[in-house]
Ligand binder design. Structure first.
Ligand code: ATP
Ligand code: MG
Ligand code: FE
Length: 347
């Protein structure tokens, strides 16, 4: 069946269509520009933007796939985690479509979507694989078996900020435009990654090998900026050095996890997987360690509906039970199962 995926957990409204692991079409609208002057996502603005964008985005995805609404055989929707109001818009739309078309509805975990994004580019995930999720709100190392059936094992998570959050906050301190991650990536092109000796948090011999911490790095970057006391900041050097520190820690721990668990495939997903240095350092170190690296193409790294459709497609083919129409959102649902069907959740 053709699965429609709907994503609305943050500031991107996404719709995607997937059948048997193949992406047929997708479209994304973003309210990013409306948040820029506030320096971060404003939940009410995001929710309202989803209301306006949802139907047109579904239409564009259908057009790209050359399909009609009545070709949809199942609807998958991000049920959490994310902004409650934003999630509710996508869920309400998904329920309406599923009920109107008389097709099953599946509530999907947003992070399982980020993981499944890679299957659209590179085929089914090997069982097991190590997955590094690095996004705006999460940084985790996971051991993934069958995404549609088995609970994922968290090898380690961030103890404070996510890697993307670190990029976004430091970019503000450096006076770079919103959103910060891509701005740091661009600025770093002209910088020296060895210019500033930023710390490599939690990489000591006694530290948890798979846990992350990025708030200290954020503070170190702020201190470095302050040390210029108003004189012009060599932003390119700061950005390159910060990016190097983040990429170094992420890849070191991900490769170590693969070797320790005897897993030959590393999958790197989420918005920060779009970072050029994270990608290149992962390539170098995986090649050295004999690990197969999988990273989705850029447009599937950041939030989109195709990745949610990909999870829905896996769930349909695994024979998962559809959600009841009183499915509610789980704004802070932890990643355990890809199928996220909270009822009466207060999250
Ligand atoms: P989550 O998935 O954890 O709920 P989110 O959906 O907001 O959070 P994503 O859309 O996966 O996050 O990713 C957005 C994050 O990715 C932002 O923090 C953004 O700065 C970062 N990002 C995007 N492109 C790049 C890049 N080239 N370099 C570094 N960071 C990037
Ligand atoms: Mg976003
Ligand atoms: Fe995301």
């Amino acid at each position: 069946v053709v699965v429609l995926g709907i994503e609305s957990s943050c500031d991107e409204t996404g719709a995607g269509l997937v059948r048997d692991g193949r992406l047929l079409g997708h479209a994304v609208a973003s309210s990013m520009d409306e948040h820029a002057r506030f320096g971060g996502v404003v939940p009410e603005i995001a929710a309202r933007a989803h209301v306006h964008a949802l139907r047109p985005v579904v239409g564009r995805a259908l057009d790209e796939a050359g399909l009609r609404m009545t070709d949809i055989g199942a609807v998958a929707v991000t049920a959490g985690p994310g902004l409650a109001g934003a999630l509710q818009v996508g869920l309400a739309g998904a329920k309406g479509l599923a009920y109107g078309l008389g097709v099953p509805l599946y509530g999907v975990h947003h992070l399982a979507g980020h993981v499944a994004a890679d299957t659209l580019a590179h085929g089914p995930l090997p069982d097991p694989c190590v997955v590094l999720i690095v996004s705006g709100g999460h940084t985790s190392l996971l051991l993934v078996r069958d995404l549609a059936r088995d609970p994922v094992v968290h090898l380690g998570d961030t103890r404070d900020d996510a890697a993307g959050e670190c990029f976004d906050k430091v970019a503000r301190v450096f006076g770079l435009p919103y959103p910060g991650g891509p701005a740091i990536d661009r600025a770093a092109r002209d910088g020296d990654p060895r210019a500033v000796a930023f710390p490599r948090p939690l990489t000591g011999p006694r530290d948890d090998p798979y846990a992350f911490s990025f708030s200290g790095l954020k503070t170190a970057a702020a201190r470095w900026a302050e040390s210029y006391g108003g004189r012009p900041l060599p932003v390119a050097d700061g950005a390159a050095s910060l990016q190097e520190a983040v990429a170094d820690v992420l890849t070191r721990k991900a490769v170590a996890a693969c070797l320790a668990y005897g897993v030959d495939t590393l999958v790197v997903v989420g918005g920060v997987a779009a970072n050029s240095r994270v990608r290149s350092l992962c390539e170098e170190r995986c090649a050295d360690a004999g690990i197969l690296l999988r990273v989705p193409p850029l447009r599937l790294c950041t939030d989109n509906g195709a990745m949610i459709a990909a999870v829905g497609d896996l769930l349909v083919r695994a024979g998962a039970a559809p959600a009841p129409l009183d499915l509610t959102v789980g704004p802070s649902a932890p990643l355990e199962l890809a199928l996220l069907q909270p009822r009466g959740w207060t999250g």
